[in-house]
Design a protein around this ligand. Structure first.
Ligand code: SAM
Length: 100
């Protein structure tokens, strides 16, 4: 159920299938597109990044590779269901956290 401050809050099914849906819609090109964008962002080791509306965390998984173990990623999202997905996707990275 969307909260009063957001009309785009995503629920359990939307969060679970969000990446799959985008992959299908883009005929599998979406992850490559995102990775290409992150490659061009000029992210350096040691930097800290706040990702507002971090969704399923897939972008953060790419960005954390760039900031390396000295950097940090903080993903913020209004949707608990998206946060659950993000924690799952990035569970291998100790320097990545997701918060509401
Ligand atoms: C279109 S999705 C994009 C997710 C991700 N950045 C991506 O590129 O795949 C937008 C995200 O913003 C979150 N969002 C919407 N309104 C928000 C708010 N007011 N504060 C925090 N997150 C919000 C939604 O829950 C959703 O996960």
């Amino acid at each position: 159920m969307p909260s009063a401050i957001s009309k785009v809050e995503i629920g359990p099914a939307g969060a679970r299938y969000y990446d799959l849906f985008l992959n299908m819609l883009s005929l599998g090109s979406y992850p490559h597109f995102i990775k290409g964008v992150v490659d061009k962002m000029g992210i350096n080791p040691g930097q800290s990044i706040i990702d507002l509306g971090s969704g399923t965390g897939k972008n953060d998984c790419f960005m954390v590779e760039k900031v390396d173990s000295q950097g940090r990623i903080v993903g913020l999202d209004i949707s608990n269901d998206m946060l659950v997905q993000a924690w799952k996707h990035c569970r291998g990275y100790l320097n990545t956290v997701f918060k509401k």
